[in-house]
Design a protein around this ligand. Structure first.
Ligand code: G3P
Ligand code: CA
Length: 332
């Protein structure tokens, strides 16, 4: 495709509810997304994996051992297995071994019960949502609130899924097209760590694409790239040929009071927008065994870091606590 990539500024910066309001509800449930919408998030983030019958569902990884009650279902005991996913051996239950109807018999549970004990109150209540259900929620909420609530899907393990005969790109584009959300103006960003996945999507759709970046290693695909190389001015220029923006680990922009990097400036210089991840209270304050909540004493430093990165010019950010993110964004 030869059209110039859009670099329209987003003003004000967007608040992206990371896995929904996942600091307050089990992640990737409609309840978590609804909570985020109530709190004023602009976008809700479904991480996407595929079922055996090729339906996109919202899970952070294809292994559902840690985020569902699958272990309590004797009828699925024999589906526990070990797979190599992106070079790592993983043991558990995998979405690609379950039909959607089977997955719908499971219930979500809190991934981090020691860190977020209050969320365990909701264990066993909610189904695993499909992408279609997440889109329907965003549309319904947009109509009810008069605000535009978008979705910010991330393709999880697209190279792995392609290797087992379940490529994601065409299906994702078709799903968005069916929703009427297949243009650069649609309230949608598609994010991925994998370069090849984004390049394939770029050839198929005008939906805005976000290259995710981490602070070490490189993409889990055969691009041969390193994240360090991708964040140089030359690397960013390359990314700008297929993506609308970058989603760096927030520590790549600034850590605490240490001097900030030039990543935001360098990305903006080549027309890329910047949406760092993930602001969560527990990173800054709490020992792993502590309880969380919305006690401002526990969120002060998260506020400060978001504020600092907003001052550095970020165009939006991912947070597990959209209630805090929206408040900080609106005060900035
Ligand atoms: O998508 C941004 C951020 O969510 C990437 O990390 O592991 O939480 O999906 P992860
Ligand atoms: Ca994600």
């Amino acid at each position: 495709r030869s059209e110039p990539l859009s670099a329209k500024p987003l003003s004000p910066p967007i608040v992206i509810a990371h896995r929904g309001a996942s600091g307050e509800r089990p992640e990737h449930t409609l309840a978590s997304y609804e909570r985020a919408i109530e709190q004023g998030a602009d976008f809700i983030e479904p991480d996407l994996v595929l079922t055996k019958d090729d339906v996109f569902v919202a899970r952070h990884e294809n292994n559902i051992a840690d985020t569902t009650d699958v272990a309590e279902h004797p009828e699925f005991a024999d589906r526990r297995t070990t797979r190599t996913v992106d070079g790592e051996q993983v043991t558990g239950w995998f979405t690609e071994d379950f039909t959607l109807a089977e997955l719908k018999t499971l219930r979500a549970k809190e991934r981090l019960p020691l860190l977020r004990p209050d969320n365990t109150e909701y264990d066993g209540r909610y189904e695993i949502p499909t992408l279609d259900e997440v889109i329907a929620l965003a549309k319904r909420a947009s109509a009810e609130t008069g605000r535009t609530i978008g979705i910010y899907p991330e393709t999880k393990h697209p190279g792995y899924f392609a290797s087992i005969g379940q490529p994601m790109e065409r299906r994702l584009v078709a799903t968005l097209k069916a929703a009427g959300w297949d243009s650069a103006e649609a309230p949608v960003f598609i994010q991925s760590f994998e370069v090849a996945n984004l390049k394939r999507l770029h050839a198929m759709t005008d939906v805005r694409l976000i290259q995710l970046l981490n602070d070490k290693g490189g993409p889990a695909d055969d691009s041969g790239l390193s994240y360090a190389g991708m964040t140089t001015p030359a690397g960013l220029k390359q990314i700008a040929t297929y993506a609308w923006g970058i989603g760096p680990n927030k520590d790549m922009i600034a850590v605490g009071d240490r001097p900030a990097t030039l990543l935001v400036r360098d990305a903006h210089a080549v027309g890329l927008r910047v949406h760092p991840w993930t602001f969560r209270a527990e990173n800054y304050f709490l020992p792993r065994s502590s309880r969380t909540g919305l006690d401002p004493r526990r969120h002060g430093r998260m506020d400060a870091l978001i504020r600092r990165q907003l001052a550095l010019g970020i165009d939006g950010f991912f947070t597990d606590f959209p209630v805090i993110g929206v408040a900080v964004r609106d005060m900035a």
